[in-house]
Ligand binder design. Sequence first.
Ligand code: UD1
Ligand code: UDP
Length: 390
Amino acid sequence: MKKEIKKIAVIFGTRPDTIKMAPIILELKKEKEFFKVITIATAQHRQMLDQVLSVFKINPDYDLNIMQPNQTLATLTKNAIEKLDEVLAKEAPDMVLVQGDTTTTFVGSLAAFYRRIPVGHVEAGLRTNDKANPFPEEINRRLTGSISDIHFAPTDTAKKALLKENISSENVFITGNTVIDALKISMQKNYEYNDGLLNQITAEKKKIVLITMHRRENWGEPMRGACLAIKKLAEKYPNMNFVFPVHLNPIVKEVVHDTLENINNVFLIAPLDYQDFVNLMSKSHLIVTDSGGVQEEGPYFGIPILVLRKVTERPEAVKYGTVKLVGLDEKTIFKTADKLLRNKSEYNKMASSVNPYGDGFAAKRSIQIIKNYFSMSKIKVKEFIPKKRK
Ligand code: UD1
Ligand code: UDP
């Protein structure tokens, strides 16, 4: 076995890729006799990234601080690649790890490729096969996939998608999604929220409908329609609390505040830190979202989720029943949510299901796979298989 320590550069930059990379960073750091870890935050997000870094106590070795208000995809890409290249040139890591499908992910993999550094892609193989949905993520992950040397697929569906693209099965491993590792690290019994308002809201013991929205393809009228559906629901169910942590993107904030401000039982609040968010999620009755990560976390708790998208790259929970794809039509969203809030048996059908996304060991599996890649060890990794909820 080779004993030489390998330098692994981990690149992240937004809220979701950092949450899902955190368990990998924490595991890698434990393996000091095998790895030296270099953490590189593009800071494509600023405040929403800092919230995650503070929850997981990660202090990046490099913070490229590229976020600009209302940034365009092109300026983001240009700034990220220039700065990442400088760091990769200086550090010359043995491997770069990227996660998911953000601009940071794609540019991180491209910068590594230009320096001929092997790339490991965490959460590989998610596909809708529609380049406009989600935009630009479907293309970001495809491009990252074609550059990557190791593919950590969260599910069997993701693995099959990669094999269909002629990626060698030797380089694809079903690890589960690290989002579940992150959840397990962050969930607490009798949790006290950092945001005091949440202590008050949860103490009221009213049912909570949790909402998030941010997707680019939903900006403008689709997002307005979804917000109007939430408004109608809030008016119909004054005995429930509708909690909406609003993404910091000014385009999102404008529509959300314009449609949902000054309704007694609608709480428009700043993005929550991850620990507050997942603990609140565990107490929610229904989730309405266009988020990728939230679609994976909800099934862990068995909470019904209505997904505000035309297609999803996460078909597993739809198949098992916890997630329903409702699209962006105002009437359909209202009708579907209304039925669930009124009809116990409809609700129960969605609420008890399988969690298809992970078992909390995705990071451990991924690290063993990296050791095997460098011939540091030869332990065969048992792939993740979803189990029925007990
Ligand atoms: C990005 C990702 C998307 C991911 C989402 C998670 C891309 C192209 N998009 O979208 O895949 O689902 O993050 O949230 O990679 N802003 C702040 N503070 C922050 C974060 C954002 O003010 O902490 C504002 C800024 O004005 C920024 C804008 O939001 O310019 C957009 O941020 P950006 O990362 O470009 O896109 P997101 O919509 O957040
Ligand atoms: N999240 C959070 N605070 C919030 C809303 C969401 O920490 O106020 C977390 C959530 O638990 C999930 C992740 O952010 O892990 C999802 O991020 P987002 O929806 O921004 O991006 P996506 O997953 O759609 O790429």
